[in-house]
Design a binder for this molecule. Structure first.
Ligand code: ADP
Ligand code: MG
Length: 466
């Protein structure tokens, strides 16, 4: 990667981390100048700007540059009057001074997130145990594998990847492995999120403590690493993880990862790291079915010593289907309501109190037809152009009918509107295809159900993220 590319990626990464107003106050007025031996020179419009930027964002820029390039990078700020890019306008110094003061005040109140996050806080949540996990059809395999790993680390299922949508218990299971091992042996374990790992790596480069970093991650018998999807696009970190992985794997130590998607759907992951992930056992966790949801709700009530009537539990289980965390939130909210107001919870009260959680969980507003078509195309590895086109080849007909079905079920667009999005087809074609998928689902066609569920979850998750 050349430096221009590294800088562009750095800026786009930062854009996702800071507020829009900070971005336009600080980053839109920053100009890349040059780079020499890992030192990036940036032009800034004024001394006020330089000082404010220095205290507020310099370390974020340096660590992001380091993270993306995989090499230690520093930043030098040089005042260049016209670097602000505002044509003909001089820098409004009083506004800049106010911004600097605000930045300094904010800094006094709160340390930057990156500093706060001490990576050795890899402590496990003691509540995440195998006992408190309710397995169902959707998670039996993952549950049993996690248990087998905990009982015999390094010998079975190594490495292991648990993947599935948000709030389905990946972190819970991963930490259950850690808690179990800690309670039953002296084996040294390490639980870290990909963010912890990244943070530690950057810190070690900045502090020149790389050997400590390596010791921390490589002198363990079990490495539990959460949310590897966040490694996407970060080549420097990927390469470090690759080395850590090899070191552990070659000496028979256990590695368990989680991810919100299967390995083949991780984008911008180097081939060599991908092949390491694929080497092991990959198990998915699906959303729980209705009976499991009821069982989870009951378990959560029992944990909190609280009784909620079955009609209320059924109402929750019917309305929230794809996220255990949301099921949990409903219980927490009802318990708080009942305890604080000293009232029993009727079905009516529950409906009123849970309106927001249920609506936001089922929120499909904002999903566009184009987005569904692109996601479906990506899933099937075909082009969106072909999905919308006229080809009748078998390999394109299935993605096309699934995309139409998702457009109909996930949005409020009419069949006419959908037909026009699909290259101006007749709306009866849309009705025909949608019915075809519906009847396959009704006939329990496993492949169709699987594809539709996976794509629906992916699309909803991606929408939530954006
Ligand atoms: P993920 O890491 O997949 O996003 P988490 O592991 O953080 O999800 O789970 C979200 C919440 O739901 C946690 O509080 C967890 O304890 C709970 N949870 C998830 N699945 C189950 C389950 N099968 N049984 C009991 N609790 C669960
Ligand atoms: Mg998690």
């Amino acid at each position: 990667m050349n430096i221009t590319e590294i800088w562009t990626r750095t800026i786009s990464e930062i854009r996702g981390k800071v507020s829009d107003s900070d971005y336009s106050s600080w980053f839109s007025r920053l100009r890349f100048d040059s780079e020499k031996n890992g030192c990036v020179t940036l032009n800034v419009p004024s001394a006020f700007f330089r000082d404010g930027f220095e205290s507020k964002y310099r370390s974020l820029v340096e660590s992001t540059l380091t993270e993306i390039s995989g090499k230690p990078m520093t930043v030098k700020l040089v005042i260049k009057k016209d670097s602000d890019g505002s044509k003909g306008g001089s820098v409004n110094t009083s506004a800049a001074a106010t911004a600097v003061k605000e930045a300094a005040d904010k800094l006094k109140e709160q340390k930057p997130v990156r500093e706060k996050k001490n990576s050795s806080d890899c402590q496990l949540n003691p509540a995440y145990t195998f006992d408190s996990f309710v397995p169902g059809e959707n998670s039996n395999f993952a549950y049993s594998a996690a248990m087998a790993i905990a009982k015999n680390p390094g010998s079975v299922y190594n490495p292991c990847l648990l993947y599935g949508g948000v709030g389905l218990g990946k972190t819970h299971l991963l930490q259950s492995i850690g808690n179990y091992i800690q309670q039953n042996s002296n084996i040294k374990i390490m639980y870290a999120t990909t963010e912890n790992f990244t943070h530690d790596f950057i810190q070690s480069i900045n502090d020149k403590t790389q050997s400590q970093f390596q010791k921390k991650y490589r002198k363990v018998s079990v490495l539990l690493m959460d949310d590897i999807q966040f490694l996407q696009k970060k080549e420097g970190i990927q390469s470090e993880l690759f080395n850590t992985f090899n070191d552990l794997y070659d000496t028979g130590r256990q590695i368990v990862f989680t991810s919100d998607r299967p390995v083949e759907e991780l984008r911008d992951i180097s081939d060599r790291l991908r092949s390491r992930f694929e080497r092991g056992l990959c198990i998915d966790i699906q959303p729980p079915d209705y009976e499991t949801r009821i069982a989870i709700l009951k378990a959560k009530c029992a944990e909190k010593n609280f009784t909620i009537s079955s009609d209320v539990l059924e109402y929750i289980a019917k309305n929230i289907s794809s996220n255990v965390r949301a099921l949990e939130s409903c219980i927490t909210k009802l318990i708080a309501y009942s305890t604080l107001l000293n009232k029993d919870i009727s079905l009516e009260t529950a409906k009123e109190q849970l309106k927001q959680i249920i609506n936001s969980n089922n929120d499909t507003s904002g999903i566009t037809l184009d987005f569904i078509i692109r996601s479906t195309a990506q899933y099937f590895n075909v082009s969106p152009f072909d999905i919308k086109g006229k080809s009748r080849g078998q390999s394109i007909i299935i993605p096309r009918q699934i995309a139409m079905y998702l457009c109909r079920t996930l949005t409020d667009y009419s069949t006419n509107e959908i037909a026009s999005e699909f290259g101006g087809k007749n709306h009866t074609t849309v009705i025909y295809y949608v019915q075809k998928v519906s009847s396959l689902i009704q006939a329990d066609d496993a492949e169709t159900i699987n594809t539709v569920t996976k794509l629906t979850n992916l699309i909803k998750q991606e929408m939530k993220r954006n």
